[in-house]
Ligand binder design. Sequence first.
Ligand SMILES: [Zn+2]
Ligand SMILES: [Zn+2]
Length: 679
Amino acid sequence: VELIITEKQIAAKRIAQILSDGKMKQRKAGEVAAYEFDGKAVIGLSGHIIGIDFPKEYARWNYDFHKLIGANTVKVPVQEKYTTALKNIAKEASRVVIATDYDREGELIGVEALDIVRSVNPNVAIFRVRYSAITPEEIKKAFASPVDVDYNLASSCEARQEIDLIWGAALTRFVSLASGRLGGDFLSVGRVQSPTLALLVEKEKEIESFVTKKYWEVQAVFPDFVAKHDKGRFWDEAEAKGIVSRLGKEAVVTDMKKEERGDHPPSPFNTTEFLRAATAIGFSAANAMRIAEWLYMNGYISYPRTDNTVFPELDFRSLIGMFLQTEFSPYASELLKKDRLVPVKGKKLATDHPPIYPAAVGVDPKGSMTNEQYKVYELIVRRFFANFADPSIWERKKVELKIDGEPFSASGIRIVKEGWRWFYPYNRIETKLLPELSAGQKLKAVKVEAVGKETKPPPRYTQGVLIKKMEDLGLGTKSTRHETLSKLYERSYVQGKQIRPTKKAYAVIDSLASYAASITKPDMTRLLEEDMDRIAAGKKTEKEVVDESRTMLDSIFKDLMKDKAAISQVLKDKMREDEQVGACPKCNADLLIKRSRRGLRFIGCSAYPKCDFSLPLPRDGRVTVLSQKCEKHGLPFLQINKSGRKPWTLGCPYCNFIEWKENSKKEKSVQTTEAPVST
Ligand SMILES: [Zn+2]
Ligand SMILES: [Zn+2]
């Protein structure tokens, strides 16, 4: 029997369908579905079936850090039912084909499965197939020319897992112990996570320390356009108003320029560019990636984890031709009129996968997907079309005028030929019209005035912009960046679409930055990422790189242990701010998040026992204090984050409590929410 192993269940089913032309039969291998045809069996896993962990004796929070950093890690099965199913089915196999996704993660998942297969069938023949889309052409081509498993690639992934485990465990334990936050409230610190969070804290400080400055602009308003004084910003109000008072309304055109400029199509989508575009139309990075994976698994798009922005030779004409039967038909037929279809090239060339492209289309893509899935699919289709389209042409005009000797100018912009923007109508540029004028022409202004304005702080990061910044700094990989962002939200370090760090984030980053700055800087993480590339290229071994990282971490810990007392003090002082949830409605002292002796969380007054005001809080999940406040009570809104779930906005804790009391009066049934507790 030939055993084919895929990364996910749905991929197993689709690949079996493709290879058997729909004639496969489903059976059970233990608790897992397998698909059989012509002496072949396809089985799908659920991602990693082996995890890396420390041996049990290291589980204590206050285990000696030095020993923890040096500890050998162990491999543990994390998906028993797949391990069992694999063992079952592998005994009869004469050949094994690894058909997991082709990248580091997929290669390691394949090697994990192979370890299990070989434990029951040591001499089995092993093959690897590589594909970039789950479509009949790609899959059949891949299975016709199998290659060898790339053990170096798998090792580079395993090195990452090991390093992240060791660093995460040691640093998280240290910081949690130092701040007195253990159990469910622990403070996580990580190799990629912490430098990323530091970027956000840095930006927020820049915004906080920004002092807005007032300035004035002098403008002349004409019936169909507005011209501004060439000086731009006047910092002195008297100067601006002085000019206005001297000026009449007669203007004379001194110069009029007009030019046409082309605006090249956007580059093909790699993961980063895709996430940037998807977050710009309202998706979170994690959600966009989840949807892209669904589209890939179902054959609609090529592999979404790619760094590449340069297309290899593909049959573009037939890829675009597929859309003639769909709602994209006008766009497809427009492109097909071209003699040659040449996609625009991006700046990053990689050979593992092509840029993301629509690999297939049903008769009715809109009808076979949810709204969100369709929106992402449409984005990918339109971007792909735009890659082949002509530049869009803009007409720019600039007019220069004089009013009583003072120079003014105005500009206009207008699209002449839509080009690629017709295919990809996202982020439109606003048209600004300027009438046709010529030098020497005289105009009469409606009014000349000084307008007061103020400078604005820099904008906060959005998810898309942050992911791009992480890529530039070498933080994380295309497959992990969006996950790092999700963790920051889950752990209540950040909030909002315009990402804003919480008090807790300040506490952790500030204390680390003062005593072990390297944890908050991207340099070490980038070095380690480069080392992982070297493992993949066969230039370094997994053991060398992991050992080097242990040495780095050991030297960090020398600094941390030396200043342990000081770090602990800084953390505890700063964390107090994180626990503040506004002013007590009864006595105006600070309200704090507290814990009762029984370990239950609640909001209590800092003036206790003089004031006994208290409000209940949900039993678990992390509490994030939002910037929005209740109009009635002045208390900040709260959000509850639980790992793997959408955050739940509880709103004002006081309103929430009042509502709960009313509901429980009405129902008189068993309490479903927690009653308030007091110390
Ligand atoms: Zn009070
Ligand atoms: Zn309220």
